[in-house]
Design a protein around this ligand. Structure first.
Ligand code: SF4
Length: 458
């Protein structure tokens, strides 16, 4: 039998509980148990005026931002609409049906103002990491690092080639916020001072972003998000935004390792990374701190003409010499200097050479040094650390580490595909850092929610 036609009737009174209408297994119910914003008002107190109109509750704004980053809602305007209409979002934001949703413009005012000045977003991220540590998800022993390019909110039509770009011509008093931030970070190792090479193009709207063709496709403006993760449960223990060039990305790992030591007292046993992090200075820095570098060594000693490279010669540390494949020594000094400063110092580039008459009589000369009288080899300052990394690369643990390294890449894939962070919405280094921090916080919260789901009530 066909039922009566459904008619919408405006009821005068409703008996309605949001709590009853949010499904027990909704992701936000699990996430909510790990969001601790009790101290946020106290944390921000000094950034609010004592007079004037009462502000929107900062906890509400942060909860809305978390909803946006957890569910890939990139536009603040759309976020406000979604929170207005979605019951689960309202429940998470502590809004009942009659409470108004803040205007989207409130976000930009708070983000660029008190949230940034107070470093609130980093505070929230650190609290999430602390929670992961407390719940036993972080052992802090096997860490992995990597960087990923995120497209900046800039395009080539609005840019200047390097021949015509002069940052001294910018008037800071008349510049937009992103341009002022660019001028502020010109001497910062993560941005302006990372390289002396000027980028091919510089964006007018976001000059701190890097013009790059690193993805082997069409070039674009980008920032890099650098993750340091604990490989036990893929928890992001630190995140840092940099310019998209290798020097800045490698430098950020040092900053992050120092910061997690200071913040969470994490002393990793090993660091896992790809060959971009395998330069001598980086390996030396890790070995000095007793962190095992599970990193492929960046080998610039290989030869393309088929002759023997440095790796074919055996290092003899006791006698400070190399032994060639024919068993002859290559020495740095062949006499004792009375002035010790002229002798081996162990620092800088050292040159080692075989004896001329030995090489001239050698049957392997054509394979070793066909165009020279005697074979010469240079030894870089951090060669000992490189050797440590080479020795680690022969172990079983290294093979395990190379598999664990994929976990960072999976987090980047999740960041772009599920959280929708393929292109930034905020400009400038601070905007990029804010987005990276919120996205990493959302990823950690989702991780906690997945491992410890909310108990189902009957
Ligand atoms: S050419 Fe000289 S250095 Fe090279 S293998 Fe022969 S003896 Fe050794």
């Amino acid at each position: 039998m066909m039922g009566p036609k459904q008619e919408a009737q405006a009821a005068l009174f409703y008996e309605f509980s949001l709590e009853d209408h949010v499904p027990q297994d909704h992701l936000l119910r699990s996430i909510d148990r790990f969001v601790d914003l009790d101290d946020i008002r106290q944390y921000l107190a000094e950034f609010y005026s004592h007079t004037g109109r009462p502000s929107i509750d900062p906890e509400l704004l942060i909860r809305m931002l978390l909803v946006g980053y957890c569910f890939g809602i990139r536009s603040e305007r759309r976020l406000c609409e979604e929170v207005h209409l979605n019951l689960a979002y309202r429940w998470f934001c502590r809004l009942n049906l009659s409470n108004p949703v803040p205007n989207h413009s409130t976000f930009s005012k708070n983000r660029h103002g008190r949230f940034r000045e107070s470093k609130l977003l980093r505070h929230l991220f650190e609290k999430t990491v602390a929670r992961c540590i407390e719940d036993g998800l972080v052992s802090g022993q096997r860490l992995a690092a990597d960087a990923s390019l995120i497209e900046a909110d800039a395009n080539k039509q609005n840019s200047t080639p390097k021949e015509d770009w002069d940052h001294n011509a910018i008037d800071p008093s008349d510049a937009p916020r992103a341009v002022k931030e660019y001028l502020d970070v010109l001497d910062d190792a993560a941005f302006g001072a990372a390289s002396k090479v000027d980028p091919k193009f510089t964006s007018h709207s976001d000059p701190a972003s890097q013009w790059t063709a690193a993805r082997k496709g069409p070039a674009f403006f980008s920032y890099s998000t650098n993750y340091l993760i604990d490989t036990d449960h893929s928890v992001i223990v630190d995140v840092e935004g940099t310019r998209s060039i290798r020097q800045a990305e490698v430098g950020s790992v040092r900053i992050m390792l120092d910061r997690i030591k200071a913040q969470h007292d994490i002393d990793p046993e090993r660091l896992i990374a790809d060959s971009a992090y395998g330069s001598g200075p980086m390996l030396g820095w890790l070995v000095d701190r007793h962190i095992k570098p599970h990193i492929p060594v960046l080998n610039q000693a290989s030869r393309k003409d088929g002759t023997w490279s440095r790796t074919d010669f055996e290092w003899d540390p006791e006698n400070n010499q190399y032994i060639c494949p024919e068993g002859e020594p290559l020495k740095q000094f062949r006499r004792n200097y009375s002035d010790p400063n002229r002798g081996p110092t162990g620092k800088g580039v050292a040159k080692y050479q075989a004896l001329k008459h030995t090489c001239q009589a050698c049957p392997s000369k054509m394979k070793c040094c066909p165009n020279a009288d005697a074979r010469k080899i240079t030894r870089e300052e951090h060669e000992d650390a490189r050797q440590v990394a080479r020795d680690i690369a022969k172990t079983k643990q290294y093979a395990i580490s190379m598999r664990l390294r994929k976990k960072v890449e999976m987090l980047f894939a999740h960041l772009k595909r599920i959280l929708g962070l393929g292109r930034l919405r905020l400009r400038g280094p601070c905007g990029a850092n804010d987005e990276f921090l919120l996205a990493a916080t959302a990823q950690n919260l989702r991780k906690l929610a997945k491992i410890f789901p909310a108990p189902q009530q009957t």
